[in-house]
Design a protein around this ligand. Structure first.
Ligand code: NAI
Length: 509
């Protein structure tokens, strides 16, 4: 389906943070835009706000004043809903309340022609419910922008039960023509991003609650090893704990209490204390004047003498670590693996990538006296930090050697309490698991699931593409070990991931 023509009028209802931004996006794409808000003066204030934002770009030399004038001249405040009657597309961005939204949609249906597409920017309400009871629910869909709308690329195009496929396609093409990255999703709680992202926060919160590491250490690891732009704690502090907790709570309730979405008591305590993050001056971190910045608990510099590093097996994703050791001038001996496993050895110490078992369990299972597990990195060639955990047989000297090894490769090393799946691996495995379940349940395609997480929340790699690269059998094994470690259904593998692992398939061909 082609995109709407730029001569088509776009109406935006609600001139708050989202509505004004969406109106700007449509006007920047060349459409005449009508902005309506039931608060006196709010629509004009929204347009004035857009002008101020764009003029900041003029001041930075990034936009011409004439361009700003042209964009703003395309935006008109509407005094009544009736003034939106000749719009081709309406985007509703009012208060998040089903009854209020339903009332607005019913009124729109009575005012607009039969071909007007009616959409909602809702984050959490069902598009199916919003459309229910209308005469033509097939032209109702979700058009879910991310905040700030002019900056964030992702737009989730949400189809409710009645939405016509052609309507969804037109919206998809239109969002693309507006310079956005659209994805299709069916109307299910959290849609794609707000569902698939839950483990990013949840696993961080659990690791912290269990004393595996501090928020500052976990944030540093997710950035330096995982390649995420922000760690979970600094991100939750930015989003606000009230908002983040409410989203988790609503997804958890909407999925009838599925433990995979269980909210965290640690986060609830912050909400109860009014420590909402940056906006209140305190969250996991202290933002008040004079507060001391907190550093991650990386191991101090170790200067232990290192025996030759023995690299056994195919190595696979960890191969760049060995190349880094060679580049750092360490003596490296490569040899076949008798067990078939990829392992590194330093004298009597074995080092290997976590597979979701804690070090104590894995050392026992594999008959190893001294085992150090290291965490997953997005890219072992460029990572600058790594999480480690030791089995009980690792003495102070061996620990120093492991620290020295990673430091010589240029990585900050953080020793976690011996915890299943460390930090990055368990987070990525759970993100991929959630994305797999969304695909299994027909919420989105694997392509759109990955795209949504990259364009909507800046993930460094789509979770499913990441799982493909690790090997789905490995991800399945990791999840199974997590499930066994905790005895919790929360870590059950999505059947789709399991089936693909068994069939030796991948999510992306
Ligand atoms: P907001 O509170 O900043 O703005 C809402 C605006 O709607 C206000 O100006 C209010 O006067 C107006 N309004 C309320 N009821 C109205 C009615 N019956 N008719 C006309 N105008 C009405 O809210 P925000 O943050 O812009 O959110 C709007 C919608 O966008 C909600 O559905 C929310 O879930 C969704 N959303 C919000 C995101 C965010 O990060 N804030 C992100 C993505 C979606």
């Amino acid at each position: 389906m082609p995109a709407l023509a730029t001569s088509d009028i776009i109406a935006v209802i609600g001139a708050g943070a989202m509505g004004a931004g969406i109106a700007q996006v449509a006007a920047q794409a060349g459409h005449p835009v009508r902005l309506y808000d039931n608060r006196e003066g709010a629509a004009q204030a929204g347009i004035d706000g857009v002008r101020r934002q764009l003029e900041k770009r003029v001041a930075r030399g990034k936009m011409a004043q004439t361009e700003v004038d042209a964009i703003v001249s395309r935006m008109t405040p509407a005094a009544t809903l009736a003034e939106l009657a000749d719009s081709r597309l309406v985007v509703e961005a009012i208060v998040e309340n089903l009854e209020v939204k339903r009332g607005v949609f019913a009124e729109l249906e009575s005012l607009c022609g039969p071909d007007t597409l009616l959409t909602s920017n809702t984050s959490s309400l069902s598009i199916t419910s919003i459309a229910a009871g209308l005469e033509r629910p097939e032209r109702v869909a979700g058009l879910h922008f991310f905040n700030p709308a002019p900056v964030m690329k992702l737009v989730e195009v949400i189809s409710g039960l009645a939405t016509d496929a052609e309507v969804a396609e037109t919206l998809y093409a239109t969002a693309a023509a507006w310079g956005k990255v659209p994805v299709h999703a069916s109307s299910t709680p959290g849609f794609i991003v707000n569902r698939v992202a839950r483990p990013f926060y949840a696993e961080g919160l659990r690791l912290m609650q269990e004393g595996a590491a501090t928020p500052a250490t976990l944030d540093a690891l997710l950035r330096q090893a995982g390649g995420f732009r922000m760690g979970p704690f600094e991100l939750m502090d930015l989003i606000g704990h009230d908002v983040n907790y409410a989203v988790t709570r609503s997804v958890f309730d909407a999925y009838y209490g599925d433990t995979r979405f269980e909210p965290s008591l640690v986060q609830l305590a912050l909400v109860e204390a009014g420590r909402l993050g940056r906006k209140s001056g305190q969250g996991f971190y202290d933002y008040r004047d004079g507060a001391e910045p907190v550093s991650p608990d990386f191991a101090p510099a170790a200067d232990a003498a290192l025996p030759p590093l023995v690299a056994e097996g195919q190595l696979g994703v960890i191969a760049p670590l060995v190349a880094r050791a060679e580049a750092a001038g360490l003596e490296v001996v490569r040899r076949e693996s008798i067990s078939g496993e990829s392992r590194l050895r330093l004298g009597g110490l074995t080092l290997t990538l976590s597979d979701g078992r804690c070090a104590a369990e894995r050392a026992r299972d594999e008959g190893l006296e001294a085992l150090v597990l290291f965490d997953l990195c997005l890219d072992y060639e460029t990572a600058s930090g790594i999480a480690l955990a030791a089995s009980p047989g690792v003495d102070a000297e061996a620990r120093d050697q492991a620290t020295a090894l990673f430091q010589r490769l240029g990585l900050d090393a953080a020793w976690l309490t011996d915890t299943p799946g460390l930090a990055v691996l368990r987070t990525v495995a759970m993100l991929a698991n959630e994305a797999a379940d969304a695909v299994l349940q027909g919420v989105c395609s694997a392509r759109d699931g990955d795209l949504a997480m990259q364009a909507g929340v800046n993930y460094p790699r789509g979770p499913l593409a990441w799982a493909d690269a690790l090997g789905l059998a490995f991800v399945h094994r990791t999840l199974t070990h997590l499930q066994q470690s905790y005895g919790e259904e929360r870590y059950r593998t999505s059947f789709l991931l399991r089936r693909k692992a068994l069939a030796e398939e991948t999510f992306h061909v």
